[in-house]
Design a protein around this ligand. Structure first.
Ligand code: GDP
Ligand code: MG
Length: 303
């Protein structure tokens, strides 16, 4: 064919919303597909609070993954309402939906999510994640069969985001469903978020790893100073908690928790930013920040 059209005519590009209930592995999958750790993950539900783009540029296509907080029912506190808004608004204007479920574990929350997805008019590809946890592979086939009957899906692909099993099958399926369009982002850009944002998230991830079940939902990280110097980036961050007792836990005995969090977060920042990082952390109390709309705005919970 020689119509004289530019190469871009065959280039595919678009947004893929990653949707699913909390903890199915959405962020782990985005990191795997983008090939960079940009979205924080954890064993605890509701770790992802913001919408975040993960951009993968290939020879003939650019896939823009939209990672979202898991959709959940409890919309009590302002932070929860924000998270649900971020997840729902990610459906607007996307080209493809990637519905992430956990192999062998269909729950009411999954049904609830699927109901919402069916209202959006984008084709759906299902990633059946965590297949590595299924010892008996005979369990997987009936699960996938059942799933395939629940709605019209373009494809149902069993994967393990954590171990990278079969994830390479998702890319071509997604690309085929994207519209022909030139790339929207520079090829070296892998997220829409700033280093400043990513730094705060990494600190939050390390805190989430180290603290008990409840506390992670009660804290937030604010980058107060961010200075890029010749051969080092200097960061100062405040960890906001809601009570004095929480402050003690975050600092730990002789500052042990805070020290470990700082050193792990710094190492990840250095890997992602490709330069040396100097990181200082403070813990401060602000009562009720998670239910205070103004505090949420100042901490970056705003679209
Ligand atoms: P999200 O809430 O859907 O974004 O889930 P995360 O990506 O934060 O993952 C939740 C938990 O599941 C974390 O502990 C992950 O390490 C784990 N996880 C994610 N993908 C897999 C997988 O393929 N296999 C296993 N065994 N665990 C996974
Ligand atoms: Mg997540």
């Amino acid at each position: 064919m020689s119509t004289g059209e530019p190469d871009n005519a065959a280039h595919r590009c678009g947004h893929v919303a990653i949707i699913g209930r909390p903890n199915v592995g959405k962020s782990t999958l985005v990191n795997r597909l983008v090939g960079q750790k940009i979205s924080i993950t954890s064993r605890k539900a509701q770790t992802t609070r913001h919408r975040l783009l993960g951009i993968k540029t290939l020879a003939g296509a650019q896939i823009i993954y939209v990672d979202t907080p898991g959709l959940h029912a409890g919309a009590g506190r302002a932070l929860n309402r924000y998270m649900n808004r971020a997840a729902t608004s990610a459906l607007v204007g996307v080209d493809v939906i990637m519905f992430v479920v956990e192999a062998g574990k269909w729950t009411d929350d999954d049904s609830h999510v699927l109901d919402r997805l069916s209202q959006a008019d984008a084709p759906i590809i299902v990633a059946v994640n965590k297949v590595d946890k299924i010892a008996d592979k005979q369990v997987l086939l009936p699960f996938i069969d059942e799933l395939a009957k629940r709605a019209e899906f373009l494809e149902v692909v069993p994967v393990s985001a954590l171990q990278g099993i079969n994830t390479e099958r998702l890319e071509p399926a997604l690309i085929a469903a994207l519209p022909q369009r030139p790339p929207l982002y520079d090829e070296e850009q892998f997220t829409d978020r700033s280093e400043r944002f990513l730094a705060a998230e990494m600190i939050r991830e390390k805190l989430t790893d180290r603290l008990g079940q409840e506390l992670p939902y009660r804290l937030s990280v604010e980058i107060e100073a961010f200075q890029v110097e010749a051969d080092i980036t200097k960061l100062g961050a405040i960890i906001w908690v809601e009570r004095n007792s929480q402050k003690g836990i975050v600092i730990g005995q002789q500052g042990r928790v805070l020290k470990a969090v700082g050193s792990e977060a710094r190492k990840e920042m250095e890997a992602l930013f490709g330069r040396k990082v100097f990181l200082e952390l403070w813990v401060k109390v602000k009562e009720g920040w998670s239910n205070d709309e103004q505090a949420l705005q100042r901490l970056g919970y705003l679209d």
